[in-house]
Design a protein around this ligand. Sequence first.
Ligand code: C2E
Ligand code: MG
Ligand code: MG
Length: 719
Amino acid sequence: MDDVGAPIVPVTPDGHLERVCLRNLLASSDEAVYFKDLANRFVLVSRGVVQHHAERLARLGRAEEAARLGPESFIGKTDMDLVDEPVALCWMAEEQRMIETGEGITDVLERDTTDNSGGWFRTSKGPLRDDDGRIIGTFGVSRDVTGQVRAEQAVAQREAELRAVVDSSPDAVGFYDRELRYCYVNAKAAAMVGATPEALIGRTDAELGRPDDVVALVAAGLERALSTRQMCEVEYSVGGGGRKSWFQVRMVPHMDAEGSVVGVVAATRDLTELKEAQEVLAHQALHDPLTGAANRLALMDHLQGALASLEREPGRVALLFIDLDNFKLINDARGHDAGDELLVEVAGRLAQATRGSDTVARLGGDEFVVLLERLSPSDDAYLFADRVIATFSDPFSLGDERLRLTASVGVVVTSDSRAEPGELLRDADLAMYRAKQKGRDRVELFHPMLRGHARAAKRLAADLRKAVVEGQFFLLYQPLYALGDTTLVGVEALVRWRHPTIGVLGPEEFISLAEELDLIGALGSWVLDEACGQLARWKASLDLGPGFYMAVNVSTRQLASSEFVGQVAAVLEANQLGPGELCLEITEAGLLEERARCGETLDALVAMGARLSLDDPGAGYSSLAYLHAFGVNTLKIGRGFVERLGGGTANASVVAAVVAMAHALGMSVVAEGVETESELRKVTELDCDEVQGFVFAKPLTAEVVAGLLAGQTGSALTA
Ligand code: C2E
Ligand code: MG
Ligand code: MG
């Protein structure tokens, strides 16, 4: 019963089986299968051919015809009967060529050209041979692949669109596979690595020679995106030293249709500009834009930190409140650019004078604050403040001019970690204000009493305005004697304020304030009138020696005023005084500050014949020759120097040199503030010309001076 190997379907010798198979196949195949004879006439067609033509006819609106169509409808027909002539001719020519050459085509993608349905076929055609190999016609198989082609086209289209987006992205975009090799990069990504896009494909970052740390960081991010299937982000910077560049890489896992991760899309963004802008903003938030010093916010922050650190480690913290003297004058006279230039220089000097751990801040205008952190027990904040003042002793350069600037400094020191920063700053400010009041160019230490002073100062300002209007001032006169024969050669008018409740106030208490409040012009011209009027009255009633003069102190603000020369001329004229009978005492700091405007005034005064005296030049004798050139003909050396004469010989020789120099320039020298006989001897030895001081007389009332003048006693009268 062994029928293994027996055919399942009986094979008939006349090929009946093949006919059966072929008929079944053709009757059921959706593919278009056809056979044609040598004259291109259809011999056999499959169901697919019928279907395809029926659909075409239906599209052409020939539905009835389509319904009648069957395989037999094709037999004996050519393509000429079925489709438009050009298409038919084209097909038939192709079939004839196959008949001639015996060569077919296999699996060719063809567009359906029979109408504009936009269909696509995949076609194989060839010569039809009989059992002896002779060509007896042609056959063809066509499969409708329209759906597939359209889907492929859509995918290609989407890919092209995506590529366009990616290529035009400002970010460097790269697709990595699971081995972290590039599969696709945009031009930007290639440029970042410094190669062409093609050169990157199939390679890793390490193979491309990117920096090790960047490779490691990015690779770690890519691995994380691959394993967690989550987007991840890394940031890195390259190029230290000069300009640093910052990058951010966002890595998104890339999945296939089944949802398995096949790679990572990495978009690298250049953050350099953003980072730099952030840095600039952060800097701006904490720094003064002009000088680059810390601003108030930063100062308060550092102060808070410094105070907090006192809790951990006891010590002291100091604040130096620094305000430039007469800065407004410079700013007004030279313009803001010049003022700005000076402020930048001041900030630079302060930074140099401090330690790295200290903070130099500018609060605005000409106010600076230095915060000294962690003062050791041996550090003396007061000495430090002196050092700050000393940084101003070198002249400042403005263009090719040199200018002397001074500052008033208030110091507050605390060891209390709970001190309130705002209050400390206010205290330092009060101390600075005190330094201003005491004549500027000095350091004052904060004392709780100053809080009361501040309130008083506020009241005083209101009172002073009233005093100018109501004329609450009077003058005292301090005699000046010739050193040789102690004759009374002149007097210096010194203003006093008879305050209605406080009593008599000296100029130290209110001259600065009057300058600040812009009252000095009015006050100064009253002094000038009163002093010249007094001299005229003395002249009328007494027999004054020739050359007797009235010295009047003049504030820089007055000199800078365009009206001053006229005022002097008018007052001399009104009192019938010669210009030599009035000596104007001016201060050096003011002169240098206001050289341009004061220069004009001084020239006019000198031309008029007025006497000019340089009052208390302080430390700045260096410019003696220069001042002499201005027409200043008298030098007054102040109490500070006279006092020093008692000290070491070095001090004395400095003063001696100054006196000698003044004499060499043809100036006369007045020693003022001479209190003792010993000082008097010293200034005599120095060959000073005139002397003024308590050793002879304090500032006196006009009546007492009149008595002196009448008697010319020259004795040590005191008021
Ligand atoms: P100054 O022009 O240097 O005036 C001399 C000051 O030294 C006067 O103080 C005088 O009283 C004081 N003095 C005189 N002899 C001695 C002495 O032997 N020992 C000591 N310790 N001091 C002595 P005063 O009157 O308080 O004036 C202070 C400053 O106020 C003046 O210094 C001057 O710069 C300014 N001042 C006074 N009156 C006026 C004024 O009318 N206008 C302006 N702008 N400033 C004035
Ligand atoms: Mg004076
Ligand atoms: Mg003086």
